[in-house]
Design a protein around this ligand. Structure first.
Ligand code: PLP
Length: 511
């Protein structure tokens, strides 16, 4: 009897378990961080700026956390400032330094593979007369320090180079870049978000001027980041209205988040020790993917790479499709395009290392973490194998060019648009479509016709694909997905888009 139950459980596990392989996006909050935060929330509610005991206790919590963060990156605590996130830290430095230097100096040199919090801030600054020059990277995402040095001129005030890349895992030779900057008397900002907890960081030895960090990438809470400013480096506060954080960052501190960040950094040694185990799992995963698809391309470098990150291009496999299949089997990974946000744009990082748009759309990022087990890898590989060898549930995909007037105005077709509101403002919907929210699709089931063909559409194709899977699991047999979404339709059927987009759209009212 017991044997049968176990056998059944094992059988079921082949089909569904929860496997999180997106640790570069965010991590779970560790038990000790959670305990610390709850204790702070319960006991230390005082405003850290208040001078009485209750307030001073909160201030002490912040001081302790600052020491832990500083120790984790080998910095002096007085050079570490808490912010709301690394995006804020990066914005603060880039905008502040541009203000300090312009117009005498107006040039920033950056890598083309920076996180959007740098990349898009630089694009904004470029619109404000700052010259941004990108130093090309090689096919592994590496910067050649000599090439970077050749871009420096008398107008350059900052080099901006991340330590470890979030999509492909490439680790840059930051000490060499810092050395160049010292020779030329130029400041250096490094986004160290993905590196913290994965590789050792030694800010004192490297001598860089600014670095940014985020707690939620190392099993800490979301909503708290840090900014390192080397003593004597210029900075103009970005937030005004308070004296907190030595006047660098105004606003009452989020004490429990800061305490959680400190605790996460206190665990740094065990995080670093775990990277050997994670590296073995990563190697196993790469070996197995290569067995399934010998022509796959591993974009992550073999050396100088984070131990947890795999970027893999699987020819002929659209990442939106396989991500949806993986998701339907409980596996979370991410893709080489922003398909999760719906617009299916190829990632600028993959483009910078030389991938074509279509290769980027066939790329997955698998990032491992503390909870990843060999069982997770085996299960994931099985699902990938099933999909690649054609063993998964078939989803009927309709190409944008097939969505002609015949399809749009055929009464037997029910067009279901599952895009979030903000995307509907960017690209108009298909005519005669019915709008429903992807996030609560369950509540619309009773409104969907079982006797018609349902064509599910979203911005880039990914959300629709997931909805088709869901509808199939609920017994809807005649459902299809619009590949490349309304963006693809707009691009490939320009005339139809101009003539009909946005017409006769109805909004479904959920139960
Ligand atoms: N920099 C890198 C390299 C990242 O991976 C991320 C988060 O994905 C950030 C910056 C932004 O961090 P936060 O979520 O704290 O704003």
């Amino acid at each position: 009897m017991l044997y049968n139950i176990l056998a059944m459980a094992k059988y079921m596990m082949r089909f569904r378990r929860n496997v999180y392989l997106d640790y570069n996006a965010t991590t779970n909050v560790s038990r000790s961080v959670r305990r610390t935060m709850i204790r702070v929330l319960k006991q230390y509610y005082g405003n850290p700026s208040s001078i009485y005991t209750t307030g001073r206790k909160s201030a002490e919590i912040i001081d302790t956390a600052r020491r832990h963060v500083a120790t984790a990156v080998n910095a002096n605590p007085q050079n570490v400032y808490f912010t709301a996130c690394a995006t804020e830290s990066n914005n603060a430095i880039l905008k502040s330094l541009s203000r300090c230097h312009y117009p005498e100096k107006n040039k920033i040199i950056a890598t083309p593979i920076e996180h959007p919090s740098i990349h898009q801030t630089l694009a904004f600054l470029a619109s404000q007369n700052i010259v941004v020059e990108y130093c090309p990277v090689d096919s592994e995402g590496k910067i050649d320090p000599k090439r970077l040095e050749s871009l420096i001129d008398e107008k350059t005030f900052l080099i901006c180079c991340m330590l470890a890349n979030n999509e492909i895992g490439t680790v840059q030779d930051l000490p060499a870049i810092a050395e160049i900057s010292r020779r030329h008397n130029i400041l250096v900002l490094s986004d160290c978000v993905q590196a913290l907890g994965k590789i050792p960081i030694d800010l004192k030895a490297w001598g860089i001027n600014y670095a940014s960090f985020s707690a939620h990438k190392l099993y800490g809470p979301k909503g708290v980041g840090a900014l390192y400013i080397k003593h004597g480096s210029p900075f103009e506060p970005f937030m005004h209205g308070g004296h907190q954080e030595g006047g660098i960052r105004a606003g009452t501190e989020c004490v429990h988040n800061i305490a959680g960040f400190g605790e996460a950094c206190r665990n740094i040694k065990s995080l670093l020790a775990n990277t050997r185990r994670i590296q073995k799992l990563k190697s196993k995963c790469i070996r197995e993917i290569r067995k399934i698809k010998p022509d796959c391309i591993i974009n992550s470098p073999e050396s100088s790479c984070l131990a947890n990150t795999i970027s893999v291009t699987i020819p002929d496999v659209h990442s939106a499709d396989i991500m949806a299949i993986l998701d339907s089997r409980g596996i979370a990974v991410s893709a080489g395009s922003a398909c999760s946000s719906g617009d299916d744009k190829p990632s600028h990082v993959l483009k910078a290392i030389g991938l074509s748009d279509s290769a980027a759309r066939q790329t997955l990022r698998i990032s491992l973490g503390n909870r990843t087990t060999i069982g997770d890898i085996r299960y994931t590989i099985n699902v990938v194998r099933e999909y690649v060898t054609g063993g998964s549930v078939h989803v009927n995909m309709i190409r944008p060019v097939e969505v002609t007037e015949d399809i749009i105005f055929d009464e037997q077709n029910f067009i279901l648009d599952v895009r979030p509101q903000f995307l509907r403002k960017i690209v108009k919907g298909l005519p005669n479509s019915h709008e429903a929210s992807f996030f609560s699709i369950k509540r619309y089931l009773h409104l969907l016709p079982r006797d018609k063909h349902i064509l599910v559409v979203c911005q880039g194709g990914y959300l629709a694909y997931m909805v088709v899977h869901f509808l199939k699991s609920k017994g809807f047999e005649n459902v299809s997905c619009l590949r490349a979404g309304v963006v693809g339709w707009k691009e490939q059927c320009r005339d139809l888009y101009k003539k009909y987009a946005g017409q006769n759209i109805s909004i479904l009212e959920p139960a």
